[in-house]
Design a protein. Sequence first.
Length: 215
Amino acid sequence: MAKGRFITLEGGEGGGKSTQARLLAEWLGTRGLATLVTREPGGTPLAEAVRGLLLGAAGGEHADAMTQALLFSAARRDHVMRLIRPALEAGIWVISDRYADSTRAYQGAGGELDSSIVQRLEEWVTAEAKPDLTLILDLPEAEGLRRANERHAAANVGARDRFETEDPAFHLRLRMMFLRIANSEPQRCALIDAQPAVEVVAEAIRATVSQRLGL
């Protein structure tokens, strides 16, 4: 059985990563490919517990960038070993809403954690599963936050997560880092304009996946 392919979606707040991950999986399914949609932090019970700890109301706002990076990395390692790698080895195409690039952006650029620490953690944690393609959904940070706030209000789910409440300078650093990642690793990454309507973005993603992964 051929090994599956690993696609990650990255970007700042409000870019529509979850929606686009679902639409991409549906499209791949029409082409006869088995798919698995997952998220970070998350995907396993341990990783979901870390998600609640850092993004919920359990005190994650008090964790510094180093603590965040260590916890996210522990969750990622569990995610890789217990879900992502077994799925890929079984021939399943894995689509993850966020992966290691988010640690580079959120804790590295946003939290101003030394890049050498972030890089070393990434090397340790992701050696078993490197993305075949990373789709970076880009839009101005103010627009992303506006969309995130609207989505949050419509869902009526209580307090926003701790990163959505960061100041505009933090979100600008995130966007600049994601753009830097896309520019520095063009063979792995594709920059997708996330400003148009959902279906327009989905079509751009399908075209990119087709071209890059030979579908």
